[in-house]
Design a protein around this ligand. Sequence first.
Ligand code: AMP
Ligand code: MG
Length: 490
Amino acid sequence: MILPAITPRFAALGEPYSTAIPARPLPAPSLLHVNAALADQLGLSPSIASPEFIALMAGNTAWPGYESRASVYAGHQFGQFVPQLGDGRALLIAEIDDRNGQPQEVQLKGAGPTPYSRHADGRAVLRSSIREYLCSEAMHGLGIPTTRALALVGSPQPVRRETVETAAVVCRVAPSFLRFGHFEFWYYRGETERLKPLADLLIDQHFPEFTGKPDRHALWLTEVVRRTAVLMAHWQAVGFCHGVMNTDNFSALGLTIDYGPFGFLDAFDSHHICNHSDDSGRYAWDRQPVIGHWNATKLLQACLPLLADEPKAAVERAQPIADSYPDAYGKAMLKQWTAKLGLREVRDGDETLINGWLNLMQSSRADFTRSWRHLSRVKANEDGPAHGLRDEILDLVALDAWIPDYRSRLRAEQSEDAERAVRMNAVNPKYVLRNHLAQRSIERAEAGDLSEVATLFELLQRPFDEQPAFEAYAAEPPPEARMIEVSCSS
Ligand code: AMP
Ligand code: MG
């Protein structure tokens, strides 16, 4: 097996940013799925069929030339600062360049305990590993910035959660796994001199346009805040709920990271809470944009020492960066909603039109994904029912009141039905990883049948395409599946 060469970057920072520790081997590992396209991008294709590759993905052997490492971070969890977290079950196993010359970090999740495991077992169960594996690639298919998934390995090793389950490892890939919490750790510990090497590493690798500039830290922070705002607009637009938006689960590159109790909206309720453990609804769907802002201010606070030596001056530089979030989010969200409505440009009054549509979906508890998708069938110049839409929206009186406004807005920009439908279908997905679909694939996988994992993986690569053989995967959940609860247990 010939693997891409190592280029240690984060590892070169050494301790105390991370600790070298080998993965703990798993018995009888089997490769449950491999992401061939990502393997190809990483230059791994010739190796993926070999037994050595399975051993590598299970953590049973090390990547030649690299000592696997766990990093330390902190984080605000549900609003409370936790001074020490870290990679409790994740291990960086390689740092390489992909075929485009882009730096990539390769990480195993569930590869055994680390110094940051805090009495937990360092393992991940098959159930949560399938969810992360499928969802991160589904998000990628939707065009949303995210960590990627390269391989899913299972093992008969028992893992105790509410019940006894079996272990699995997800190999995930990202240009950097640095989180907001990595910066918070050093700030709150008072070792603020440790911030600069971390920020400069990130800037040199991923923001080369800022390298060497005296104001590079402000430029990077401005960009992370913007990316975070844009990411939140992406999530809202597809009805994605992250579930655990703690600052340790927020990426310094603006990627979606750490898929736990996430969910996609089925019946639309803007207050939907996808995480059964989130009693107060801190991370409800409609709160995600505000939380994104709150998290960004926590990152800025942790990075104050990078902005100026004198605290007052640092705050003065951080404030406008923090204040740039609402505008960046507002613009990104408006762009998303108008594109989803098939509008080519934003005009006065569009917000009212959008809110009218969201209210309509809310009052009917209409299926979020299906309703948006059916909207492309509305005809700008024809009255009468838009095929399919009237089956989604129960409140027909409200629908019939809103549709004329929508049609007249379409006519105002001489919208052409067929052309608009193509544009709308490229932004309103037909298929998302609904909980009941993930659940069915998990139940089959637990019984030894991986075919449903493979089917969902394929399907969700092309979420905007009509795939007639898979029509049933676009249906709303059956009544018995609406009760599926997902918690932090993973
Ligand atoms: P999460 O809520 O999944 O983002 O995890 C919060 C923290 O707990 C992170 O530092 C994780 O590394 C750690 N953690 C979660 N589950 C485990 C586990 N089974 N073993 C070790 N650490 C864990
Ligand atoms: Mg996490």
